[in-house]
Design a protein. Structure first.
Length: 206
Protein backbone atom coordinates (compact mmCIF):
# COMPACT_ATOMS: atom_id res chain seq x y z
CA UNK A 1 0.00 0.00 0.00
CA UNK A 2 1.36 3.46 -0.91
CA UNK A 3 0.45 6.66 0.87
CA UNK A 4 2.07 9.00 -1.64
CA UNK A 5 0.65 12.36 -2.65
CA UNK A 6 0.74 11.21 -6.28
CA UNK A 7 -1.58 8.32 -5.52
CA UNK A 8 -3.93 10.69 -3.77
CA UNK A 9 -4.15 12.95 -6.76
CA UNK A 10 -4.61 10.12 -9.22
CA UNK A 11 -6.86 7.74 -7.33
CA UNK A 12 -8.47 9.71 -4.53
CA UNK A 13 -6.79 7.73 -1.76
CA UNK A 14 -6.51 9.13 1.75
CA UNK A 15 -3.50 11.18 2.64
CA UNK A 16 -1.83 9.81 5.75
CA UNK A 17 -1.61 11.59 9.06
CA UNK A 18 2.13 12.05 9.62
CA UNK A 19 2.72 11.31 13.29
CA UNK A 20 5.95 12.13 15.10
CA UNK A 21 6.20 10.05 18.25
CA UNK A 22 8.54 8.70 20.89
CA UNK A 23 9.21 9.09 24.57
CA UNK A 24 9.22 12.60 26.04
CA UNK A 25 12.64 14.22 25.53
CA UNK A 26 13.52 11.88 22.66
CA UNK A 27 13.84 14.48 19.89
CA UNK A 28 10.21 14.69 18.73
CA UNK A 29 10.26 18.49 18.63
CA UNK A 30 13.38 18.42 16.47
CA UNK A 31 11.70 16.01 14.06
CA UNK A 32 8.63 18.27 13.87
CA UNK A 33 10.85 21.26 13.17
CA UNK A 34 12.52 19.34 10.34
CA UNK A 35 9.17 18.45 8.78
CA UNK A 36 8.00 22.05 9.00
CA UNK A 37 11.22 23.27 7.36
CA UNK A 38 10.75 20.70 4.61
CA UNK A 39 7.33 22.09 3.70
CA UNK A 40 4.93 19.81 5.58
CA UNK A 41 1.99 21.66 7.17
CA UNK A 42 2.15 21.22 10.94
CA UNK A 43 -0.96 20.56 13.03
CA UNK A 44 -0.28 22.54 16.21
CA UNK A 45 -1.92 25.25 18.28
CA UNK A 46 1.43 26.52 19.66
CA UNK A 47 -0.14 27.03 23.08
CA UNK A 48 2.92 25.57 24.78
CA UNK A 49 5.54 28.22 24.30
CA UNK A 50 9.24 27.74 23.75
CA UNK A 51 11.36 27.71 26.91
CA UNK A 52 14.85 26.77 28.10
CA UNK A 53 14.13 23.08 27.64
CA UNK A 54 12.82 23.50 24.08
CA UNK A 55 14.07 26.91 22.90
CA UNK A 56 12.73 26.38 19.37
CA UNK A 57 9.26 25.27 20.40
CA UNK A 58 7.34 22.13 21.36
CA UNK A 59 5.08 21.82 18.28
CA UNK A 60 2.28 20.41 20.42
CA UNK A 61 -1.49 20.35 20.11
CA UNK A 62 -3.26 20.50 23.47
CA UNK A 63 -6.14 18.36 22.25
CA UNK A 64 -3.78 15.44 21.68
CA UNK A 65 -3.50 15.09 25.46
CA UNK A 66 -7.19 14.16 25.56
CA UNK A 67 -6.95 11.33 23.02
CA UNK A 68 -7.29 8.77 25.78
CA UNK A 69 -10.44 10.41 27.16
CA UNK A 70 -12.39 11.29 24.01
CA UNK A 71 -14.76 8.92 22.25
CA UNK A 72 -15.11 11.20 19.20
CA UNK A 73 -11.73 11.56 17.53
CA UNK A 74 -12.98 12.68 14.13
CA UNK A 75 -11.02 15.91 14.54
CA UNK A 76 -7.89 13.92 13.62
CA UNK A 77 -9.13 13.91 10.01
CA UNK A 78 -7.98 17.54 9.93
CA UNK A 79 -4.42 16.25 10.33
CA UNK A 80 -4.44 14.26 7.08
CA UNK A 81 -1.47 15.38 5.00
CA UNK A 82 -0.03 17.22 8.00
CA UNK A 83 2.44 16.52 10.77
CA UNK A 84 1.25 16.04 14.33
CA UNK A 85 3.20 15.24 17.48
CA UNK A 86 1.76 12.44 19.63
CA UNK A 87 3.78 10.98 22.50
CA UNK A 88 4.19 7.23 22.44
CA UNK A 89 1.82 6.37 25.29
CA UNK A 90 -1.10 7.85 23.30
CA UNK A 91 -0.45 6.04 20.01
CA UNK A 92 -2.83 3.21 20.90
CA UNK A 93 -5.67 5.75 21.02
CA UNK A 94 -5.41 6.59 17.31
CA UNK A 95 -8.67 5.85 15.45
CA UNK A 96 -8.27 2.83 13.15
CA UNK A 97 -10.10 4.35 10.15
CA UNK A 98 -7.24 6.67 9.14
CA UNK A 99 -3.88 6.00 7.51
CA UNK A 100 -0.75 6.96 9.43
CA UNK A 101 2.94 7.31 8.77
CA UNK A 102 4.72 7.30 12.11
CA UNK A 103 8.19 8.75 12.55
CA UNK A 104 9.24 7.20 15.86
CA UNK A 105 12.18 8.81 17.63
CA UNK A 106 14.61 6.65 19.55
CA UNK A 107 17.07 8.02 22.08
CA UNK A 108 19.29 6.35 24.66
CA UNK A 109 17.13 5.77 27.73
CA UNK A 110 19.81 7.22 30.01
CA UNK A 111 19.74 10.46 28.02
CA UNK A 112 15.94 10.61 28.12
CA UNK A 113 15.94 10.19 31.91
CA UNK A 114 18.72 12.75 32.38
CA UNK A 115 16.90 15.27 30.17
CA UNK A 116 13.64 14.74 32.04
CA UNK A 117 15.41 15.21 35.37
CA UNK A 118 16.91 18.51 34.19
CA UNK A 119 13.49 19.70 33.08
CA UNK A 120 11.93 18.79 36.44
CA UNK A 121 14.74 20.49 38.34
CA UNK A 122 14.32 23.69 36.33
CA UNK A 123 10.65 23.66 37.31
CA UNK A 124 11.49 23.33 40.97
CA UNK A 125 10.43 19.70 41.29
CA UNK A 126 12.41 17.22 43.36
CA UNK A 127 13.99 14.26 41.60
CA UNK A 128 14.12 11.34 44.01
CA UNK A 129 17.49 9.68 44.43
CA UNK A 130 17.66 6.19 42.98
CA UNK A 131 14.63 6.61 40.72
CA UNK A 132 16.54 6.70 37.46
CA UNK A 133 16.92 2.93 37.15
CA UNK A 134 13.24 2.31 37.88
CA UNK A 135 12.10 4.97 35.42
CA UNK A 136 14.44 3.58 32.74
CA UNK A 137 13.00 0.08 33.23
CA UNK A 138 9.45 1.41 32.88
CA UNK A 139 10.37 3.27 29.69
CA UNK A 140 11.98 0.17 28.19
CA UNK A 141 8.93 -1.96 28.95
CA UNK A 142 6.65 0.68 27.45
CA UNK A 143 8.74 0.82 24.27
CA UNK A 144 8.57 -2.95 23.84
CA UNK A 145 4.78 -2.83 24.16
CA UNK A 146 4.25 0.10 21.79
CA UNK A 147 6.56 -1.35 19.14
CA UNK A 148 4.60 -4.59 19.25
CA UNK A 149 1.35 -2.63 18.87
CA UNK A 150 2.71 -0.65 15.93
CA UNK A 151 3.90 -3.80 14.16
CA UNK A 152 0.39 -5.27 14.32
CA UNK A 153 -1.42 -2.31 12.74
CA UNK A 154 -2.41 -2.64 9.07
CA UNK A 155 -3.31 1.05 8.69
CA UNK A 156 0.08 2.51 9.52
CA UNK A 157 3.71 2.40 8.56
CA UNK A 158 6.48 3.26 10.98
CA UNK A 159 10.04 4.49 10.59
CA UNK A 160 12.40 4.40 13.57
CA UNK A 161 15.06 7.10 13.72
CA UNK A 162 17.80 7.63 16.28
CA UNK A 163 18.16 11.11 17.75
CA UNK A 164 21.95 10.96 17.93
CA UNK A 165 22.21 9.74 14.33
CA UNK A 166 20.04 12.62 13.07
CA UNK A 167 22.30 15.15 14.81
CA UNK A 168 25.40 13.40 13.46
CA UNK A 169 24.12 12.84 9.91
CA UNK A 170 21.26 15.32 9.33
CA UNK A 171 21.31 15.12 5.53
CA UNK A 172 21.05 11.33 5.47
CA UNK A 173 18.26 11.40 8.06
CA UNK A 174 16.35 14.09 6.16
CA UNK A 175 16.52 12.08 2.94
CA UNK A 176 15.28 8.97 4.76
CA UNK A 177 12.35 10.91 6.19
CA UNK A 178 11.46 12.34 2.78
CA UNK A 179 11.54 8.90 1.18
CA UNK A 180 9.36 7.44 3.90
CA UNK A 181 6.74 10.21 4.02
CA UNK A 182 6.57 10.73 0.27
CA UNK A 183 4.90 14.14 0.20
CA UNK A 184 7.46 16.07 -1.83
CA UNK A 185 9.36 17.51 1.14
CA UNK A 186 12.61 19.42 0.69
CA UNK A 187 15.33 17.42 2.45
CA UNK A 188 18.03 20.10 2.36
CA UNK A 189 15.88 22.52 4.35
CA UNK A 190 15.03 19.71 6.76
CA UNK A 191 18.70 18.96 7.36
CA UNK A 192 19.45 22.63 8.00
CA UNK A 193 16.79 22.69 10.74
CA UNK A 194 18.87 20.33 12.91
CA UNK A 195 20.72 22.27 15.62
CA UNK A 196 23.48 20.16 17.22
CA UNK A 197 23.78 22.70 20.06
CA UNK A 198 20.42 21.52 21.38
CA UNK A 199 21.69 17.97 21.87
CA UNK A 200 22.33 18.18 25.58
CA UNK A 201 22.56 15.45 28.22
CA UNK A 202 24.65 13.22 25.95
CA UNK A 203 26.02 9.91 27.11
CA UNK A 204 29.74 10.01 27.77
CA UNK A 205 31.78 8.23 25.06
CA UNK A 206 32.50 4.60 25.88
Amino acid sequence: MSFSLEENRAGGSQLPVVVVSGLPRSGTSMAMRMLEAGGLPIFTDRQRLADEDNPKGYYELERVKKLGQETDRLWLREAQGKGIKIVSHLLTKLPPDLLYKVVFMNRAIEEVVASQNKMLERRGQTVEAGMDRRVAALFEQHLREVRSWLAARANLKVMYLDYADIVRYPEAAAQQMCGFIGLGLEWRSMAQAVDPALYRNRLAPA
